[in-house]
Design a protein around this ligand. Sequence first.
Ligand code: SAM
Length: 234
Amino acid sequence: MSTHEYRGLGDIIVTARPFDEYLAMFDLQPADLSTATALDCPAGASGFAAGARAIGCEVTACDPVYAGMTSHGELVARARQDTAFGNQYVADTPDTYVWGFFRDLDDHLSRRMAAVDAFDRDRLANPDRYVAGSLPHLPFSDDAFDLVLSSHLLFVYPDHFDAQAHLDGVLELARVASGEVRMFPLVDTTTRPWPGLEDLRRALAAHGHGTEVRHVPYEFIRNGDAMLAIDGSG
Ligand SMILES: C[S@@+](CC[C@H](N)C(=O)[O-])C[C@H]1O[C@@H](n2cnc3c(N)ncnc32)[C@H](O)[C@@H]1O
């Protein structure tokens, strides 16, 4: 646990970002996904897997919350509750956000709730593609996925993960990636860039993983318009 003063969202919430938000955050085109195997970790209640599966991607969603709920209905209810909480956090901290991808608060809430609906349908239809797992130990073999996406966990909740936990988490994501790991955003929920980024990149290089910070065509948390791309193990 790090000791610096941090005033952000606090607890890790189970969010639900829609497929088009994932495409923008990770600067992906549908054609990048249609023949790929992909992992979304942590997936929360996002609609990425539903959208990617619909265009031919062999996609797996992974999150510890899939093990922590007694029923699918309880998980969906938690996702709706956390989505409403997240919308209220945006309303309460207006200087933190940039409008563009979302028109306004109502648009934010309705598109995130629609993502919960997509998650709900897709998980019921494909339960084996939603796998309980927690960083830094994922239940997948080495090089299992062409592309690994990880959004809104590491870098975003610095009071929950210290520098070593970040390195362990990213190395685990890279272990299961034959191609690239993409992580977004590189700022926390107070818009502060994660201060350990350059040290992390040096440590990853020492483990043989090249990295690149890439600008993306999306910004919602102010200053959050870049992703970290990491060479996987393949
Ligand atoms: C803010 S949500 C992000 C979900 C999704 N990627 C998105 O952008 O909407 C954070 C998720 O991280 C999950 N989580 C918490 N600790 C984790 C860990 N150690 N490893 C993997 N996921 C974790 C939580 O259950 C939660 O669903």
